[in-house]
Design a protein around this ligand. Structure first.
Ligand code: UDP
Ligand code: MN
Length: 393
């Protein structure tokens, strides 16, 4: 009986056993070459998909990323101009540099920006020059708004009034209202404000922060508060871009620009509590950006979602129904830390309301919004609107 003789080959860490019959065809050298070819093919395929995905997600990203690469270089060269505390620079496990953005002296970056050649009448550069890239959000903040404002003032990041700020050294490209649905999360709000002001100022955005608080103890209605925020912010100025923002989400990379592109943008793509993975492709919750006209086109959010869940999927369906698409920055940029909180009770009727949602777009939304403004507080770090929402009978 003929025995089947096997030969062993050691290629790097791979140990191969080859039948004698195949030996003449597969010499060790040939195997190495084949393996290298397969590896090269995998790498090529991977890079192509990444670039293709980025293009599909947001065409501007291609421009952004190449310009950013140059700007990051510029930043590294001018590092000494920044008042960065050396201890604040740490390294993540994947080797990316993480900078604690709050320790960057905001005035230092403004000085640097004003040294550049543009004037206050000129549009700010397409890519803000003072971005840091990956940052480590601060997860702590003072207990009171007053103390927090002192801290922001000390780093030169406290807006002059109403939580509204714009760069003085160039004309910002977008006027952005940040709308935060809110009730009973004071500590999260202070942490959010502490992080978001220096973040948006580095992005050279003309912005306003609007906290919309639901009065009373009834079921929370996140979507209706967004609608209120839209209406209330427009009483202040003609904002052209709206970012609807959970109070507990802190951006981890300032290349995630808080602006409105051609298509609505879902911003919170990769959240730490979701293992930095997008759970499903139509997700539009957490943080999302829409232009004024896009929001009006879909009649805003539905007012019918009381309790947790459904309202963001309803908005995704509205966008689809008018031919808009959700755009996204790539996963390595649109990253967020979520502050911990207990899980809210989900609304058991959310699927039912969602199924019948399409039929209601025209009559349920901005045009049917009913609320009563109970108070308006204008602080330097935010505009705070307390509202009583009309509960349908
Ligand atoms: N929210 C709030 N108080 C509440 C419930 C919700 O301020 O009692 C706001 C807050 O901005 C929060 C957002 O609504 O980030 C979404 O709610 P939640 O964080 O509970 O949702 P989840 O993270 O579980 O999706
Ligand atoms: Mn949350």
């Amino acid at each position: 009986m003929k025995r089947c003789i096997k030969s062993e080959y050691n290629i790097g860490i791979i140990n191969l056993q080859v039948n004698n019959g195949a030996m003449s065809l597969l010499s060790p050298r040939l195997l190495k070459v084949l393996l290298l070819l397969v590896l090269a093919f995998i790498i090529l395929q991977y890079s192509y998909t990444t670039i293709f995905e980025a293009r599909r997600i947001d065409p501007l990203f291609i421009v952004n990323s190449s310009l950013l690469a140059r700007n990051q270089f510029f930043f590294m060269k001018n590092r000494s101009n920044y008042a960065i505390n050396k201890n604040s620079v740490s390294w993540t496990s994947d080797g990316a540099q993480m900078t604690n953005a709050l320790l960057v002296d905001a005035t230092a970056s403004q000085n640097l920006a004003s040294q550049q050649t543009y004037s206050s009448n000129e549009l700010c550069p397409l890519i803000p020059p003072n971005l840091l890239g990956p940052i480590k959000p601060e997860k702590d903040a003072p207990a009171t708004l007053e103390e927090l404002e002192h801290e922001l003032e000390a780093i030169g990041a406290l807006p002059p009034s109403d939580g509204q700020w714009r760069p003085s050294y160039c004309k910002a490209r977008d006027r952005v209202a940040i709308i935060i649905p809110y009730r009973d999360r004071a500590h999260h709000l202070n942490i959010f404000l502490k992080n978001i002001h220096p973040f948006l100022q580095r992005q050279q955005i003309d912005y306003g922060i609007f906290v919309i608080e639901q009065a009373g103890y009834g079921m929370f209605n996140r979507a209706m508060l967004m609608n209120v925020g839209f209406v209330e912010a427009l009483k202040f100025r003609e904002f052209d871009c709206f970012i609807f923002h959970d109070v507990d989400l802190l951006p981890e990379d300032d290349r995630n620009l808080y602006t409105c592109p051609d298509q609505p943008r879902h911003m919170s793509v990769a959240v730490d509590s979701m293992k930095y993975r997008l759970p499903y492709s139509d997700l539009f919750g957490g943080v999302s950006a829409m232009t004024k006209s896009q929001f009006e086109l879909v009649n805003g959010f539905s007012n019918m979602y009381w309790g947790w869940g459904g309202e963001d999927d309803d908005m995704a369906a509205r966008l689809k129904s008018v031919g808009l698409h959700i755009s996204r920055y790539p996963n390595n940029i649109a990253r967020y830390t979520m502050l911990s909180h207990r899980k809210e009770k989900a609304n058991p009727k959310r699927f039912e309301i969602l199924y019948s949602g399409r039929k209601r777009i025209k009559e349920d939304g901005l045009n049917s919004l009913q609320y009563r403004r109970l108070s308006l507080i204008r602080n330097r770090s935010l505009t705070w609107v307390l509202v009583e929402l009309a509960v349908p009978s």
